[in-house]
Write a protein that binds this ligand. Structure first.
Ligand code: NAD
Length: 402
């Protein structure tokens, strides 16, 4: 399953057949097995994968996912997503991803460390040459990235490291910062209103959701509702995000926080200016999209809207800012961390935020120009901008005819 619909894309972009062929398949896939005799687990045999989708623009960049449901096909989809994101936001990376099919929750810490060291040994050439640069993803943490660095001794071989181990100030909150920044730009440009005073509902209060709420509150938005796996809360005057975060830390979720109780489904149907799904895939579908009353939807999670859901929103005139634009703050910060590692310079959090804002602002401007000129959705426009970048880069490299 490709991230883009090439037939639809070709109605707007002059996509050379050679470019389509190269973008429709991964460049390289490695399937290997991590086999370790560990105490107390016994012999662990885990399938593991690395996919380079397209490296025309630079090293294959994408997280290491450690989760029981990891497969080659899903790793391939995620690598492809990175190709489109990195091209759209103009950073010198290609699309990659790696995965280990294991449940990290069942692993004693020392066993997880041993498995990651073995992963580095198996991928020695990829990681030492800089051809593939991992980062944290579902099931892997900044400390796991520190283990990778400990094996390679190359700071630029991995991003998302803890700040004390060559990591980047501002990296942890960068995706949420980017979502908040894009929300401000979209509110002004699409709704013609500043974010200050606007009502926002956010589904998901993990890394992305919480930081999105914090940065939006800082910019004067009224975050009137938040939900997570435990339930949700809402209040017309706006939730206090610090108090809500403290409640969630102590109780394990936002349910029971100050405000009226609300379900996830009710949150999606609230009358607000902006709705931000920041939790999981497929929450706005053909079944519930007719109940959405927000004026604008920002996709902070990956793929939170199904194609049926999106068609219904489009019919009802509710614009959607797509995931490949809205949640790319994290990979932009990864680029800043990689640049810091290569140069040896130190970076302040404000510089990280500034680069995220600049790259996202530039991409947003290009996407909106395509929307205005070609009368297409923001999602298709984002794919158009990324495709044009990828075509030009592959021509520059002599991969496709000029
Ligand atoms: P996380 O695990 O930190 O948080 C997930 C949140 O979603 C939690 O609050 C959880 O309670 C909630 N949740 C889970 N299942 C739910 C359900 N069925 N209904 C309602 N809420 C539910 O994850 P995250 O890092 O914040 O990532 C969130 C999304 O953003 C994912 O789609 C992820 O792929 C995407 N994303 C994350 C990053 C990043 O830098 N962390 C970057 C790009 C995209």
């Amino acid at each position: 399953m490709s991230v883009v619909n090439f037939a639809q894309l070709k109605t707007v972009v002059d996509l050379p057949p050679e470019a389509e062929r190269l973008l429709a398949k991964p460049e390289k896939e490695i399937h290997f097995s991590l086999n370790l005799l560990l105490h107390p687990l016994g012999l662990v045999e885990a399938d593991a994968y690395v996919v380079y989708h397209n490296t025309a623009r630079g090293p294959a960049k994408g997280g290491l996912r450690i989760w029981p449901s990891v497969t080659l096909a899903h790793t391939r989809d995620l690598a492809e997503l990175m190709t489109w994101k990195t091209a759209l936001v103009g950073i010198p990376f290609g699309g990659g991803k790696s995965g280990i099919a294991l449940d990290p929750r069942s692993l004693p810490a020392a066993n997880k460390t041993a498995i990651i060291k073995e992963y580095v040994h198996m991928l020695w050439a990829e990681l030492h040459s800089g051809a593939y640069v991992p980062a944290p993803d579902l099931g892997s943490t900044p400390s796991d990235m520190a283990v990778i660095y400990g094996e390679t001794h190359l700071l630029e071989s991995v991003t998302g490291k803890p700040p004390r181990v060559g990591g980047l100030p501002g990296r942890r909150e960068a995706t949420g910062y980017g979502v908040a920044h894009i929300t401000c730009l979209a509110c002004q440009e699409i709704l013609g209103q500043p974010i200050a005073g606007r009502r926002v509902a956010v589904q998901g209060f993990g890394n992305v959701g919480e930081w999105t709420c914090r940065f939006l509150e800082e910019r004067g938005a009224r975050v009137v509702a938040v939900s997570d796996i435990t339930g949700g809360v809402c209040t017309e005057k706006g939730l206090g995000i610090e108090a809500l975060a403290s409640h969630a830390r102590h109780t394990g979720g936002v349910a029971g926080g100050e405000g009226d109780a609300i379900t996830n489904e009710e949150l999606l149907a609230l009358e607000v200016e902006v709705l931000i799904p920041a939790a999981v895939e497929d929450v706005i579908t053909g079944q519930n999209a007719n109940r959405v009353r927000a004026r604008l939807v920002i996709e902070a999670a990956n793929k939170p809207i199904t194609s049926e859901g999106e068609a219904m929103l489009q019919q009802r005139g509710i614009p959607v800012v797509p995931d490949i634009l809205a949640n790319s703050g994290g990979v932009i910060a990864s680029y800043v961390e990689w640049r810091q590692a290569k140069s040896g310079a130190m970076t302040r959090a404000e510089e990280t935020y500034q680069t995220v804002a600049e790259q996202l602002g530039h991409a947003f401007g290009r996407v909106r120009a395509v929307v205005a000129q070609r009368h297409v959705t923001d999602r298709l426009a984002a794919q158009v901008v990324a495709a044009e970048e990828l075509i030009a880069t592959m021509r520059d490299r002599g991969w496709i005819p000029g």
